[in-house]
Design a protein. Sequence first.
Length: 142
Amino acid sequence: MIDSRKPPSRPLPATTCDTEPFWSGGEHGELLIEQCDGCSYFIHPPTGFCPECESRDTHFQPVSGKGFIETFTVNHKRWVPGLPERYVLALVRIAEQADVRLATNIVNCDPGDVTFDMPVKVLFEENDGLWIPLFEPVGSAA
């Protein structure tokens, strides 16, 4: 049960009917990315529309959850209560399609150890009914 008096540990996204599957897939351990039925292109953020072939026929497809750090920054200020003072904000490109990048946090490692192109894998943090995809270095024992 979630304590409604406790503030979330991180700002939560606004969800829509287009984005809800992305934020709920983690409940089953799945990173769900929207995919075009016509050309198989992965679409993120989810929009219900394929920018490659202009199809509106899409579905959410589980992907491997593996990726690489495209770019990152280490935050050194606690902007939100409950978050650590030092944490990593990153863009992770998924292994299935290099132009799909997720804005996320890198966890379970020292921020000073994060590098460009570091291989990472997804894990999920449940918060108020949403499953936030976070990433950790491959080989991390968390």
